[in-house]
Design a protein. Structure first.
Length: 201
């Protein structure tokens, strides 16, 4: 009987430990619209919305499927007109594939607020020449506590090059434990003590 109670307590403890764990979410920009569709709230149910993003369709360049995103303001864009992804709640890791990164480079900047706020992480990559990145993919990623927004752009716009982004991955918000979890655990502990007491008598 005591071994069964121990297994039950271990199982309950594992459930509690994993109930609050974060899960990674990947958005591939497939199935949310046609070429030139503005990407805004299509992924709100996944905890992220976009601004200044438009769907581009070119299977040879997308890292998965046929679609990826570019800036709605134009294919050549710097940090003054970035693609913005805003998270419904804070995340701690974000990565994305930058496509066709040439001499203008690509960057991801993370902030701790939905608007304004402080820059808390940055990653960038600069390729070579105008059009030097055709067909290449570079993974940009940031990790920091409390990321509420990321901005995607070129590092500079000195060349007439364009870039896109695909496969945005981020850790989903921590799932809160149910309010009755403490009551359940205390009940299991009481059962465990009772089983121990009846076995020693």
């Amino acid at each position: 009987m005591l071994n069964k109670m121990k297994l039950a307590l271990i199982g309950a403890g594992a459930s509690v430990a994993f109930a609050g764990a974060a899960n990674a979410v990947t958005l591939d920009f497939e199935g949310i619209g046609a070429h030139n569709t503005l990407v805004t709230s299509q992924y709100a149910a996944n905890g992220v919305t976009f601004s200044n993003a438009i769907l581009e369709e070119f299977a040879a360049f997308a890292t998965s499927g046929d679609f990826f995103i570019e800036a709605a303001s134009g294919g050549t864009f710097d940090a003054s007109s970035p693609i913005i992804a805003t998270f419904a709640s804070a995340v701690s890791m974000v990565s994305i594939n930058a496509i066709d990164v040439g001499g203008n480079g690509a960057q991801i900047i993370a902030f701790d607020a939905v608007t304004g706020g402080n820059q808390i992480a940055l990653d960038d990559f600069v390729g070579t020449g105008n059009g030097g990145g055709v067909g290449s993919f570079e993974v940009l990623s940031v990790m920091a506590a409390g990321i509420r927004r990321i901005e995607l752009s070129m590092v500079s716009t000195t060349l007439g090059d364009t870039i896109g982004f695909d496969d945005l991955t981020f850790d989903a918000a921590v799932v809160p434990l149910p309010a009755g979890m403490a009551l359940l655990l205390s009940g299991l502990a009481a059962l465990g003590l009772r089983a121990r007491r009846t076995e020693t008598v």
